[in-house]
Design a binder for this molecule. Structure first.
Ligand code: FE2
Length: 457
């Protein structure tokens, strides 16, 4: 991160970097059942943190011996997936509630296939796949890796069962661990292990968003975790950041891990703009609703209002009224809407209409990144992803990697919008200030909210 100094907020590269790592180190990751933080730090790789997000307690030897380090990182991330799946029965794990959402069992198997396909088949001589048929069942979208089961029909894969997927995971875990210990080509191995772990962390978040969608369609309102609580965030306020403006560098140009879509780092020119310090709250969203926000076509993009009409939207996703009171489906089951909490499960179209109603804008992803880097944003991470007005497009000079792994991000760079930050379901440390999440503008089942921006006159 290298703001160049013509902007109103000048943050030297080193300060920005230390700001971000300090924020993560001090970051009170919301204490909820959904996350035992696993923190990949740029300098240190994966660190295990305690359940309160407390001090790192990675063993000394992890840093002395890279093989030990990566074996522990692998064990920790793989364990987090199983911890998130543990409250779910075998029946819970097979359901697919819509084409965009995948069954828990599929997530557990797919991330395992990823290691089998991209690591073991290529680097482990004599590796015997657990079941050759699984490549077809659990390949997601990698055309270069071969034919695959239809995405919308993942819920039909009742075999293998959840227990067999557990055995599949154990088989691959043993093979990867042995490979890390024994390979003569360790340097070539590490980038694949690393992207496999970050990939698995992405699916850890999806595992929760997808089961929440499934549970939202169950009239008994199952709780993933009855003790789940919204994370504590900053109190909503009308305060805005100091203006950001001028030429700044965005994107990832450090040595640590990032996905290819965060590169290359490049300069952007920003008109003077102030970002809201806090996230838009449920209380503010109720005002928008009471003012007829969903019934006022002039507030909406054409495609957005078409979605309102087609989907019958009159409130955020998972909201419903019971006896005149608004409640929402959450990971803790059905909960009363708290006006002070950030609004969640809104689409890009809704976020855009709300911003127009408020007389403001959504920030661009560059504005968000520069403001976040300056430390001006409360709750930038760990509560809800924040929609930006930026279309998901390649950064100048972006090239996808050759081969099947080049399909990871690049081929999705059209028709979707960028979200920044991270959510309560994001494994701690998976987030970065340059991280680019992206979804279609109608998507509401992610933990997606917004903050506003206002241009200086
Ligand atoms: Fe995947």
């Amino acid at each position: 991160m290298e703001p160049r100094g013509r902007g109103l907020i000048i943050v030297p590269a080193k300060d920005c970097g230390s700001l971000i790592s300090r924020r993560f180190a001090d970051f009170a990751m919301p204490r909820s059942a959904v996350s035992r933080p696993v923190r990949p730090s740029e300098a240190e790789g994966f660190l295990v943190r305690d359940s309160n997000g407390g001090a790192a307690r990675a063993p000394e030897t992890a840093f002395d011996d890279p093989r030990h380090f990566w074996r522990e990182a692998f064990r920790t991330v793989r364990g987090e997936t199983e911890r998130r799946a543990a409250p779910l029965s075998a029946e819970d794990q097979v359901v697919q509630s819509m084409p965009d959402a995948s069954p828990t069992k599929w997530h557990r198997a797919h991330v395992t296939w990823f290691f089998e396909e991209f690591l073991l088949r290529r680097f482990a001589p004599g590796y015997k796949p657990f079941d050759d048929r699984f490549a077809y069942l659990f390949n997601s979208y990698y055309i270069a890796a071969g034919p695959r089961h239809a995405r919308a029909q993942r819920g039909l894969v009742t075999r293998p069962g959840a227990a067999e997927v557990t055995a599949y995971r154990a088989h691959v875990d043993r093979a990867v661990t042995a490979l890390i210990e024994s390979t003569n080509d360790f340097a070539a191995l590490v980038p694949i292990v690393e992207i496999g772990l970050h990939h698995e962390q992405q699916h850890q978040e999806l595992l929760l968003t997808d089961i929440l969608h499934a549970f939202s369609l169950n009239a008994t309102h199952p709780a993933y975790d009855p003790h789940w609580q919204w994370p504590n965030g900053a109190k909503a306020s009308a305060a805005a950041s100091a203006p950001v403006a001028g030429v700044h560098r965005i994107g990832h140009d450090g040595d640590g891990f990032c996905f290819d879509n965060e590169r290359p780092a490049h300069d952007v020119l920003l008109a003077p703009v102030r970002l809201a310090r806090t996230l838009v709250s449920n209380g503010e969203w109720l005002e928008f609703m009471a003012d007829g926000g969903y019934a006022t076509p002039t507030l909406w993009l054409s495609d957005g209002y078409a979605a309102v009409e087609a989907q019958g939207w009159s409130a955020p996703g998972y909201w419903r009224q019971i006896d005149g009171e608004w409640v929402s489906m959450t990971l803790g089951g059905l909960r009363r809407i708290d006006p002070a909490e950030p609004v969640c499960h809104v689409s890009y179209y809704e976020a855009d209409a709300f911003a127009r109603w408020a007389g403001k804008h959504l920030p661009s992803e560059a504005e968000w990144e520069v403001a976040a880097c300056s430390g001006a944003l409360a709750d930038a991470f760990g509560i809800v992803w924040q929609w930006t007005r930026s279309a998901y497009a390649p950064y100048p000079g972006y090239r996808a990697a050759p081969g099947a792994l080049g399909e990871y991000n690049g081929k999705f760079m059209v028709n979707q919008m960028v979200l920044r930050g991270s959510s309560l379901a994001t494994p701690a440390g998976h987030a970065r200030v340059s991280y680019r999440n992206f979804f279609y503008p109608t998507a509401r089942w992610q933990f997606s909210g917004l903050r506003l921006a206002q241009f200086d006159d």
